[in-house]
Design a protein around this ligand. Structure first.
Ligand code: FES
Length: 152
């Protein structure tokens, strides 16, 4: 862990310990580790002299911060209005069944993280599933199983 935290220190140093750069620092740290663990957040708090509850608030306020480890493959389902009307909840249920976790969770083998998003701008394809950035229009159970099996 000591080694890991030195990367955090390095990132903070690159911003000259500037508190105003907190969001940018958090983003860089997340890019480095894939998520923001508690020891990492505490370290940032100590190094910048910003109370940890303030940092915690920031990370929960912005959707793009991950406070749990992320799987190797990201799977998301659009729950925007158009997709919702076209059956996004049923699609989400099918995917959830296939990989065995609920939205916001990562499988125990760290293979998949399931999340939901709002309107991807391709409503005509809805409901939409996105696997590692690739859009899939309303896959049925068999197709979902095939997609999941195809992920290493
Ligand atoms: S609502 Fe899902 S892509 Fe627009």
């Amino acid at each position: 862990m000591g080694h890991e935290l030195s990367k955090v220190d390095h990132i903070i140093e690159s911003y000259g310990h500037n508190r105003e750069a907190l969001i940018q620092i958090l983003l860089d740290v997340q890019r480095e580790y894939g998520w923001l663990s508690k020891p990492v957040l505490v370290r940032i708090s100590e190094r910048l002299g910003i109370p940890s509850n303030h940092i915690y608030h920031m990370t929960t306020f912005y959707e793009y911060f991950n406070l749990v480890p992320q799987g190797r493959h990201s799977v998301s389902v659009c729950l925007g209005t158009a997709c919702h009307i076209r059956g996004a909840i049923r699609l989400l249920d099918r995917i959830s069944q296939a990989i065995g976790v609920k939205p916001g969770q990562t499988t125990p083998d760290q293979k998949f993280t399931l999340s939901t998003v709002n309107c991807l701008g391709c409503c005509a394809l809805g409901p939409v599933m996105v696997v590692d950035g690739e859009y899939r229009s309303n896959p049925n159970t068999k197709e979902i199983e095939k997609i999941v099996a195809g992920c290493e």
